[in-house]
Write a protein that binds this ligand. Structure first.
Ligand code: 5GP
Length: 189
């Protein structure tokens, strides 16, 4: 998605540890017009997949996932990070290793909102090593839900998450696929 690539080049910042800061438009301050076009682009690609729910993790995934769910006219479910919320006793959980904080956390989805009738589109802001997406896939497996695709705003292609998920057979659509951030210079694949 050329618009997202241009925005990354204009407003993104490369931090030590292969972290791309996109918080002036994607995940802290949010550009709603860009986000709407991101949602429509994911929806156009996955429209034939009979998606019944969009699934993401709080907090950064919610904005692109919400716009995608709106374009597909299906509910958005976001996994909560355990500890911060009390959502009752019936839930599915998975453990996720955080790329940005280098620590583990548990994600939780109420069993009321995901089941074996669902075909899920997973959306997230970034894909690096794939831990967050694997956590969401584990939640789907526990719920008996199928995964109809994975939509990522920014994939760091020099990290293994995307290629591993594609090798497993998942349709992973990345709107900006970064080839390299070496020396602070961003290039796209
Ligand atoms: P993964 O689980 O694929 O290793 O990392 C994806 C998750 O870590 C995303 O949900 C995102 O929040 C965070 N993340 C990974 N890499 C980056 C990055 O370069 N910049 C930002 N802002 N977040 C990242």
């Amino acid at each position: 998605m050329k618009e997202l690539e241009d925005r990354i080049l204009k407003d993104g910042r490369v931090l030590p540890g292969n972290i791309l800061k996109a918080d002036s438009f994607l995940n802290h301050q949010i550009d709603p017009d860009l986000m709407q076009r991101i949602g429509e682009t994911f929806a156009d690609h996955f429209r034939t997949q009979n998606i019944t729910k969009v699934l993401t993790i709080e907090a950064s995934g919610i904005a692109p996932a919400m716009m995608t769910a709106y374009a597909l006219h299906v509910p958005l479910v976001f996994a909560k990070k355990h500890g911060a919320h009390n959502i009752g006793s019936e839930f599915y959980t998975a453990s996720v290793h955080s790329y940005t904080y280098d620590s583990d956390y548990t994600i939780v989805v109420s069993s009321a909102y995901l089941s074996d009738v669902d075909r899920v589109l997973i959306i997230d802001d970034f894909l690096a090593n794939g831990q967050a997406v694997h956590g969401l896939l584990e939640i789907c497996r526990k719920a008996g839900a199928a995964c109809g695709g994975i939509g990522i705003c920014i994939e760091k292609g020099f990290q293994p998450g995307g290629s591993e998920l594609r090798a497993m057979g998942y349709d992973v659509m990345s709107l900006a696929l970064i080839e390299s951030m070496a020396g602070g210079k961003i290039t796209f694949r």
